[in-house]
Structure formats: structure tokens, C-alpha cells
Design a protein around this ligand. Sequence first.
Ligand code: NAD
Length: 369
Amino acid sequence: MKTYQLTVLSGDGIGPEVVDVALDVLSVASKQANIQFDVTEKLMGGCAFEKTGHPLPQDTLDACLESDAVLLGAVGGPKWDELPHEKKPEQALLGLRKALGLFSNLRPAKVYDALVDASSLKSEIVRGSDVMVVRELTGGIYFSEPRGMDDSKGWNTLAYEKEEVDRIACVAFELAQKRNGRLTSVHKANVLESSQFWRECVNRIHGDYPDVSLSEMYVDNAAMQLVRDPRQFDVIVTQNLFGDILSDIAAMITGSLGMLPSASMGKKYAMYEPVHGSAPEIAGTNQANPIATIGSIAMMLEYTFNEPESAQRINRAIDQVLKDGYRTKDIASKDSIIVSTSEMRNHIIENLKQDETSIIEMVRTSYEE
Ligand code: NAD
């Protein structure tokens, strides 16, 4: 049986609650897939600051650098808002992404049929939409030099190197191959030279992925199209700043922060985390929605451990529980059955186990036939 190293950073607020549930789901899923995880739990964020005086202690970083994947809950909270910049829990997140070389951020926004009414958009517009935004995470205007401000102006630089665009384009083309074979490259090449360069790089890389259909869109149009007709998109690839904005727009198509998983990947390392924050006002009340973190586990099984069937089983279990009407408070509607974090866990695990039983029964039936 294959054993993988997983570093778990539960973090602050609802982080530990949703991570605990996700690990329970992983335990069932890994047995089904006949793989094993060696889990190391480490401190990061406000809880790490409390114990060690630093939000990203060296031994946390070392554990992450030695693992096959990292699972993060969420960090931060009002308690640490007044700390100096470098001690803030959110800084630990940036430091960790940088240390692990996580240059791509994958944010799927899938609308579950059962939750179609949770979106602020009309249900006929969002039903069936399933968009993956691939955002470049370590370059572009957030990092390029020179940058600064004085009394009379503030300035930033937007620059992309060939290697930076090529590697994110490869990630996006490969994802499109695994999904529905369509990639939209979003830029602003009518105004920005850096976008003209981006376009040239993506077009050249397309030569290596002839089975993917590539289209282009200006970022202003993409923002509009995402809310006008999100179903037209499969995978979107874009630079850091545009991705920051478009992934939040795509997220809101689904209408619920508690449902959105994410992955950040580099050449060697990968980190999986829910999109939401630490929701301090509901921490410790057994109300948090664990689905985004469970979905992040599914992404991890698919992308890092190449277990797509296991990921699909988890996603089917989530789908079924929602169809059965169970909802945590944040996604509840008029006819739903409101459940706690731990009840949601139990329903998802029960469905996951049933999925396994039905596969065994299917195999047995076909054998008997
Ligand atoms: P948030 O995502 O924590 O909460 C926004 C709203 O969504 C709140 O009403 C919250 O109760 C609700 N919510 C979020 N996740 C939920 C879940 N799983 N189940 C049910 N309801 C959920 O964002 P915020 O309030 O802006 O930030 C709170 C703290 O989290 C801040 O300190 C912020 O810096 C931090 N934060 C951390 C991350 C991260 O760790 N990646 C991301 C965003 C914010």
C-alpha cells in the first residue's frame, strides 16, 4: 500500500473544525483507494503566533517542505489584527506560498443543482455552470519591481517573464485536457504590452496541446461574460491581478463561500485549502460548512495523488447529501434540513461508504452474470 506524507495546518477560527471533518472523509476515501496518509499536524497563523511568537514557525515550514501535499484550514482573526505586518497570520500564508513555489492557483466554481437558488444570479443562468479559474500567483503587478510611493505618486510595475507564462499555461492546458477541453486565455492585449507577450506565450504553448480548443477574451469582457453566461467557460487562465478579481466573481456564481475548494500548485509542492477565511464569529459553534475543505481533499486526491475516481466518489457524496436536502446554516433555504458541521460530516461519510458498497455490488452482479 502506498503511503504519502500530508502536512495539516488547521489554523484559526473554524479551520480546525472543517479540517477535522475533511480528514475523517480522507480516512474513508483513502481506505477505498487503498492508499495511506502519514499525517503531521503543525501550527500556522494566529495559533502559531500565540505559541511561538511567529505565524509561520520554521518547523512548520520544514514539515511542509518534506511532504507530498499540504492541507490548510484558514488563518487569522480579530485577535491578531493589530499585530505588526510581518507577524500577521495572513503573512504566513504569503510566506508559505512563496517558500513552496506555488505559482498557480486553481479555483473551481461549480454550481450544484441542489444549490442553484443560493446564487444571486437567476437559476436559469447559473444552472450547470462549472468554471475553473487558473490564476498566476507569484508574478505580475503584485510582485514586479519597481514599486513604491512618495508624496506625489504611487507606482507599480506589471511584467511577466516567458518562463512564468509558459508554466501557468501548461497547467491550464493540462487541466482543460482533463476537463472539457476548452481554455480561455484572459488578458488586456489591446492596451498592455505585457498582455501581448502573455498572448504570444499561450499561443505558442497551445502547439503542445492541439486537443484543447483555445479562445481569448479581454478581461473586462470576461468579467461581464462570467455573470451573463458562465456556462460558456470551462477553464480560464489569467495573470495574478485579473485572476484575483475573476476568481471572486466566479465564486459568487455559486453563491456560497462555504462550498469553494482551491488548490495552489508549483513544480514540486501543492497546497489545498478552502477559499473561505476563519469565520471567527461562528468558530467553535459546530455551524461551519465543511464542504469547501472536503472538496479541497477531493482536488488533492485527483491532482497530487492521481486518484480521480476517489475524488469523484467524494464529489458524488457531497452532491447526494445536498440533493437529500441537508444544509449547514450558510447554505440553507426554505425547505432544507439544517445540520451542524458534524452532522454534515456523518451524512457525507455515510454516502461515501454507500458508494463503495454499490461498486462492490455492481462487480458482484456482473461476476454472477
Ligand atoms: P470569512 O471567509 O472568514 O467569512 C466571511 C463570511 O462567510 C462570514 O459571514 C462567515 O461566517 C461566512 N463563512 C465563511 N466560511 C464559512 C463556512 N465554512 N461555513 C459557514 N460560514 C462561513 O472572511 P472574513 O470574515 O473576511 O475574514 C475572517 C478572517 O479570516 C480574517 O482574519 C481574514 O484575514 C481571514 N481570512 C483568511 C483566509 C485564509 O486563511 N485563506 C482567507 C480569507 C480570510
